[in-house]
Write a new protein. Structure first.
Length: 193
């Protein structure tokens, strides 16, 4: 009991000392203001983007075949899939696209596009290996190292270039609502003779 009696006055003394220092701390001028972060030109929650329907995403076997075709099987590969819906224009129906972002390959690719009101139907004649090879040789793949320009104005009508704001928007929305798929390193199958 005597120990507690000695601690209470010491605690009160500390509290009074801290309280006395508060007005002095309040008189210290504030630190210089840091510039405000740049405003994002698109909403953080973008209703045009959503988690893709699982049937519209390539299977793990298809992704493995894709990586075999591109000889990228020795390291872990990470993919992100996100669905983007486009509003219809007056003369046509809208559509939705499932985008695939392959981080290690530094590419963005349209996996499939479906018009509004229609349903995605994969070709039953294609097996996973054929789908993977087809994805690896598809046209229109955006190379994030060579096909990205600073602004929309820098595209100048090119069909192979995209703007940095478009890429940033897609990456952000994929991180926010997309589906992440990771494929561990693996040995490719030995081709049959």
């Amino acid at each position: 009991m005597p120990t507690i009696a000695r601690l209470i006055p010491a605690s009160l003394a500390l509290a009074f000392a801290l309280a006395a220092a508060l007005p002095a701390a309040a008189a210290v001028p504030p630190a210089p203001a840091v510039s405000a972060p740049q405003r994002t030109p698109y909403p953080v929650i973008d209703p045009a983007f959503s988690r893709p329907d699982g049937q519209r995403m390539p299977s793990r076997a298809t992704l493995r075949a894709f990586l075999v075709e591109l000889e990228q099987t020795k390291q872990v590969n990470a993919f992100c899939f996100v669905q983007q819906s486009f509003k219809p224009r007056p003369d046509e129906k809208g559509e939705s696209v499932v985008w695939m972002i392959w981080h290690e390959g530094a590419t963005i690719q349209d996996v499939n596009t479906v018009r509004h009101g229609q349903r995605y139907e994969p070709d039953p004649a294609l097996d996973d290996a054929t789908r993977g090879r087809s994805m690896a040789s598809a046209s229109g793949i955006v190379n994030l190292k060579t096909d990205v320009v600073p602004t929309d104005e820098d595209i100048h009508g090119s069909t192979s270039l995209v703007s940095r704001p478009w890429v940033d928007r897609l990456l952000m929305q994929c991180k926010r609502v997309g589906t992440q798929v990771r494929i561990a390193a693996f040995k490719p199958p030995v081709p049959s003779q």
